[in-house]
Design a binder for this molecule. Sequence first.
Ligand SMILES: Cc1cc2nc3c(=O)[nH]c(=O)nc-3n(C[C@H](O)[C@H](O)[C@H](O)COP(=O)(O)OP(=O)(O)OC[C@H]3O[C@@H](n4cnc5c(N)ncnc54)[C@H](O)[C@@H]3O)c2cc1C
Length: 400
Amino acid sequence: MTEKVDIFISGAGISGLIAAAAFGRAGFSVVVADPMPPVPASDADGSDLRATAYLRPGRDLIEDAGLWDVLSDHATSLDILRVIDTTGWPPKERCVRDFRADDLGNGPFGWNLPNWLTRKVLSNLLAKTPGVDLRLGVGFASTLSRETEALVRLTDGSNLRAALVIGADGRTSPVRESAGIGARVTRYGQKALALSVTHPKPHENVSTEIYNSGGAFTLVPGQPHGGQHSSSVVWMNDGSRAAALMAMDDTALNTEMTRRSCGVLGDLTLASPRQVWPIVTQVAERLTAGRVALVAEAAHVLPPIGAQGLNTSLRDVAALLDIAKRAPGDLGSAAMLRSYEQARLRDVHLRATAIDLFNRVCKSDSAAVQKLRLVGLTAVHDIAPVRRAVMRAGLGAQTT
Ligand SMILES: Cc1cc2nc3c(=O)[nH]c(=O)nc-3n(C[C@H](O)[C@H](O)[C@H](O)COP(=O)(O)OP(=O)(O)OC[C@H]3O[C@@H](n4cnc5c(N)ncnc54)[C@H](O)[C@@H]3O)c2cc1C
């Protein structure tokens, strides 16, 4: 007889794992599958070298799902977001503004964690979590939606019956494709380098975003590395410049990074391999189909600005969980899926539009646009109610 579960989750990336833990803890039976097991170490093949800054609402979901205790020792708090506007090359500082978490009360803005480690730690925990069946090395193959359930076929030939299928299987989501949901993609010709650095000056839990042209250069505070102060870097650039940076030897790259960072943490030294990520905005045309809900990058991919990517994903998971908990008997029904789409689609579109605009302004090398950026930064920061409203929206206050 075909196995029956409440929820099948395609994708055990960070979003899929957090969703599995959250729904499992709420009493739903969950199978979560992923063809790619987590890597054992940061320098292993296939390691995701990005780090994620989990903002407060995302951290609350992780805590409620019973996951924060295993992650907190690896996390670094973000107390201040420092924005530095520069122009020319080497970059000349025009304006520095600090956005302080204590301006809003309630502790840090967020906590930074390396992606590869988060996935490993969460997979280890979920492998022992009652109610959650984590299947690594096995993927989603196809689904057939019926009135009362979805029939799911996995790549090992096994079948499942599930009331709800959650597509958390990334930007090329096989669940999205199988459900016939298209996605609108905006390309910028930009790529982001993701890597770690060590530096002589302490980061003091400040996340620093430096604007010039080509995109933002962001230093996110991390745990010490080999006894030295360390940060993760996301450096957005035009594609050709990103390719040149990827091809540079370590010494030349260190010099370029230190220049681009305006030396705020002293000389930067590469402390990891380098990875490059294409920058796109991608939004699914719909978030649901029969018995299917899309979350995270299966639903939306955003440029890495203001830590909105995974944090927007966790808002999807929180919304879906909230709706499921209110009417567990309706799991996967048309009414439940309609509520989810209504709860999330507008926020996703608004965030995608805002970040698209912000990215265009940050990457521009036009003097007029750079001047506008400078005026905008000063106005947003220096008018206290505007500053607090923008900080709250960035942290995830509802945009609807
Ligand atoms: C440079 C950079 C920096 C970033 N920094 C931040 C940040 O600071 N804060 C933030 O909030 N966001 C950030 N983001 C965004 C964030 O990294 C992503 O949103 C997040 O990692 C994506 O997670 P995911 O679980 O949605 O997708 P993925 O990590 O892509 O996981 C999808 C999973 O689905 C699996 N899969 C594929 N096919 C199948 C199948 N057939 N069956 C089952 N599973 C399948 C894959 O193996 C994969 O494990 C950043 C992005 C970039 C590019």
